[in-house]
Ligand binder design. Sequence first.
Ligand code: PHE
Length: 345
Amino acid sequence: MEDLKKKISKIRENFSNDLDKVSSEQELENVRIKYLARNAEISNLMHEIKNLSKEEKVIFGPLLNELKTNSEKLFELKRNQIVELKLKSAQEKKQNFDVTAYKFSALKPSLHPYTHVIEQIENIFISMGYKIADGPELEDDFYNFEALNIPKDHPARDIQDTFWLKLPHKLMRTHTSPVQIHSMKKQKPPLAIFATGRCYRNEATDASHDFVFMQAEGMLIGKNISMSNLFATIKVVLQMIFERENLDIAMRPSYYPFVEPGVDVAMRCPFCTSGCSVCKKSTWIEIMGAGLVHPNVLKHCDIDPEEYSGFAFGFGLTRLVMLKYGINDIRLLNSGKIEFLEQFK
Ligand code: PHE
């Protein structure tokens, strides 16, 4: 009897001493394993009840129960303390985090070539009264195809290999033309917008193709807008982008379901006069698709084609950036390679 009593008070004392010393989660776990887990000291003592006589059980039953519940309570209290301490020290670390303490003196800051070109072109369009617009990269069939006069089963859908999502009608936009629809749905004409952004096509990658690339889109809707307005705008913009006072441009008929008539625009190679590797010896560089906004597109946006007309154009911003800086592998642009990026001051 006395033995058991001694045992109980010894365990109580040891447990309390050990618990006092705990200052980490690991030490706490060690105490649990030593005293409270199955086959640990307190649990083993509880098993001894069944070997006691009836009278002894009356005395030791409550004592042992008290030891168990009390130890568990103390253990929980300690656990809360440890968790709180941990949170507090994490917070302190965060508060004392000094961003200026980390200086990568070897790195020279630079902007991504996209950023340089987007800034330059946006400023040109803003100076001409255009508003900068944008739209989501995760698009709805309606905006990417349907409203752009590309109904289901239209062969033009096959030209743009599309990443379809498992959600109904959802896709990664294949071009920036859906921004035309978003803009016309948001604002009544007259309307002049310019947008840039990522586009996605499910294609194999090589030095000149990536499944994600950048496009730019421009659109102007008003009264009596004609091909000559389109021609003049594109010419001025290209002159400004390539910093040339005179840059010949040429238009050839082409087909895009959302414009009528549709054209492909080429410009005289800004890098040579008699043919080079950039223009593939032709002295012309195909630069964008354009045309007058198709009446069906206007109708989809509740704009009366009898009253309003407009032009739209779209070009590969990625291709333009590559042309401008003489970048020969498209994959460099998304690579995050410091040696490549730090060249663009
Ligand atoms: N969206 C077309 C493409 O991705 C380009 C384009 C835009 C053509 C606007 C005409 C008018 O190829």
